[in-house]
Ligand binder design. Structure first.
Ligand code: SAM
Length: 358
């Protein structure tokens, strides 16, 4: 085992469950992927919607304001961005909110970020007075709270299981002389019983269980249940049950093989596809309501992204106009992010009509 792998806390031949393995690969202090580099942007490993276009973030700002109105314009309205990355989304939210003074007086913005390196990047990009960086939700005590995250959930490591003759085996990784190898161990009864409690996971012989993701959501749901509000998640994911492995490893905007990851450890991102109907079932079990899951295309178009583009194009030259419509295509085209990305909103409110979903 080389020193580089030891820096991640790995030891030879030790079986590590997929989620614990990924936690080290992505978030180990100093060396983990999200702690040693800024992964976003065209020179990075991947681009996300707020980095592709400010229109995405402006539309989310309008959605936040419309949601504040649905909650009858409370004097305190908390927004928590989950996993803000390089801070692009909140930067535009702040700019847009300034055009709506009454809303701007009520809104309190919190950023929930795990990577210290990214917190520093966010602090450089965003006006600090209006923002609080938090590691838990204790300081949110009053008023409705809306949590939101773009590509947050798919960055939280998952567990994987194979089911053979009704017996569950947890997928693990281990390093031997040949490199990174897959292996299995008997699953914990507590994990099996949670998996079996979900209708959507029944009859699968390969199961992806976002145990750490659910742990994050439980903390959020507790706040929403106490103060009212909701959670809006936008992610790359699927609706029909999928009986297989969705982990993918990305470096410099290209996929690489998982069993080659040790050669790029700390330099490649590992994500998975979000099972949106599992999220829906999870929220419902926790007594939250859930709107129809929609595609990113449906959400952004229903919220008026095309109309907004048509207004701002009037002030643009030909090249700017061309660039704007190219970026819009990336966000909206059905074979690109438009339909691959989905949007879910789960909430605790007497109101049931929220823009973007019907
Ligand atoms: C794929 S990036 C998305 C960044 C940004 N939302 C965007 O769309 O550009 C995932 C973000 O979630 C953060 N993150 C992942 N797990 C987290 C956790 N458990 N708590 C807080 N932040 C987390 C990462 O550090 C990173 O900022």
């Amino acid at each position: 085992m080389n020193n580089k792998l030891k820096n991640f806390g790995f030891t030879s031949n030790k079986k590590i469950p997929v989620d614990k393995f990924l936690e080290k690969v992505l978030y180990q202090p100093r060396v983990g992927y999200y702690n040693n580099r800024v992964p976003f942007g065209k020179d990075g490993d991947f681009v996300t919607s707020p980095i592709i276009s400010n229109l995405f973030s402006e539309i989310l700002a309008i959605w936040m304001i419309s949601t504040w109105e649905k909650f009858e314009r409370p004097k305190i309205f908390n927004l928590v961005e989950l996993g803000p990355g390089d801070g692009s989304l909140t930067k535009i939210l702040i700019q847009t909110f300034k055009k709506f003074p009454e809303f701007n007086k009520s809104v309190k913005i919190f950023l929930y970020e795990k990577s210290d390196l990214l917190i520093n990047i966010q602090k450089k990009k965003i006006e600090k007075e209006q923002i609080k960086w938090i590691k838990n939700y204790n300081s949110i005590k009053k008023g409705p709270v809306i949590f939101f995250g773009n590509e947050f959930f798919d960055a939280i490591p998952i567990k994987q299981f194979v089911v053979n003759n009704k017996k569950f085996f947890e997928k693990c990784y281990h390093f031997n002389k040949k490199g990174l190898r897959e292996t299995y161990k008997k699953a914990l009864p507590s994990d099996i019983s949670v998996i079996k409690s979900f209708d959507i996971l029944k009859n699968q012989n390969f199961v992806e269980y976002p145990k750490l993701g659910f742990h994050e959501l439980n903390k959020i749901i507790k706040k929403i249940s106490a103060l009212s509000g909701g959670i809006l998640l936008i992610d790359y994911g699927y609706l029909k049950p999928f009986n297989g492995n969705t982990l993918q490893t990305v470096m410099k905007n290209k996929k690489i093989q998982m069993n080659n990851l040790h050669n790029h450890i700390g330099k490649a991102d590992v994500t998975y596809l979000v099972n949106f109907n599992l999220l829906k079932e999870f929220f419902k079990k926790k007594n939250l309501k859930v709107k129809n899951i929609v595609t990113q295309k449906f959400f952004l178009e229903t919220m008026g992204i095309i109309e907004r583009a048509k207004i701002i194009e009037k002030k643009m030259n030909n090249q700017q106009r061309k660039n704007m419509f190219l970026t819009l295509k990336r966000l909206l085209h059905k074979d690109l992010m438009g339909e691959l990305f989905k949007v879910i909103f789960s909430y605790n409110s007497k109101k049931n009509s929220f823009l973007g979903f019907d």
